[in-house]
Design a protein around this ligand. Sequence first.
Ligand code: ADP
Ligand code: MG
Length: 396
Amino acid sequence: MTNFRKKTIKDVDVSNKAILLRVDYNVQDDSGVLLDDLRLRESLPTIKYLIKNNAKVVICSHRGRPRGEFNPALSNLPVAKHLSQLLNQTVNFADNAFGDVTSKTISSMSFGDILLLENIRFYKGETENLDSFAEKLSEPFDLYVNDAFGASHREHASIAGITKYLPSVAGFLLEKEVSILENATKVPEKPLGIILGGAKISDKIRILENLIPNANTLCIGGAIANTFLLAQGYDVADSLVDESFIDAAINCIDLAKKSNVDLIIPDEVIVTVGQGAENLIRTVAVDQIPAGWRVLDVGPSTIAKFRHSLQDSKTLIWNGPMGMFEQEQFAKGSLEIAKMIGSLNVPTSVIGGGETAAIANIAKIKDQVTHISTGGGASLMLLKGDPLPGIESLMD
Ligand code: ADP
Ligand code: MG
């Protein structure tokens, strides 16, 4: 096990402190009702710990991409209401993230109270990471706590800049996310099995380069498998491919050979032609993809092969859908893989990526796996082995 390298809320005295707690509550709503509250629930241990230890908890989050302007549809107000219910405690709401009124509200809070600030991305200084903005934001506080794993890959004021102005430590969710992903990628219990899918091979190639040397089995699905099929001489017809990455795919195949990794690409796929309700669907072997058709999912034989080669894994990492799961007709491969991971009883199973986490939640495997990451881009950065600005800037 590697240890978390940064200070956490357990390493400092939080009692009687005014705390700025950055979280990632970037959750969509339907007329003010939150659609998926996983990120809120995952932040509760940190909030409860701070309250129990008599801190003033002022929570800061972004929602959506308001581009520095007020946008009522992206207000944090419905989040405050939902959080109140989850905590069974009033969460007050400040309709500004800083300024005189907000400062007064904060100074009049009792220890143990909770306040949620308005969407931090309503201010340009946030995404521009302006020092003057970070400094203003920091003024009412004694301590900064980062529990916003899903935003920690961003060089933004409330993630990175703020740490210049306040002593800065990690919350429990950040610690958990980073520890689990770093342990699974850097010092995994072997055999390590990896399932990689998704659309853009340009996004995924560095994940492959980082993980292959440590892996035992690598299963590739999704659109990125098309480029691997092409690299191996198959005709993938009208499928989504990135021809500029054929050489990179060949290098990965070589690296896998050198590293003694069992590399498995689809032998059977679901293909389609036509659009909408008019489309035709077939299951074919990868050397039988008809001209004009495109691959949109992995086939049953591919899933069986993946299962067979991964079943003895002690650590499993999954990122990237196996097909265009947004359309029900092509969601089966991804859902089957999710269920397979849930059923394999692997000691450590980690699922990362925005879309991949969404599928895992649809498949209801949360209780059967070790961890479903709450961060899309941030978990991809850890899979690539890159440092995250929001973590590097915390106290050692
Ligand atoms: P994540 O957000 O979990 O990292 P990605 O962003 O890499 O996942 O990939 C998600 C996208 O990949 C989905 O929108 C899905 O439709 C697309 N995708 C997967 N397989 C295919 C395919 N065969 N053809 C086209 N798109 C695909
Ligand atoms: Mg994505």
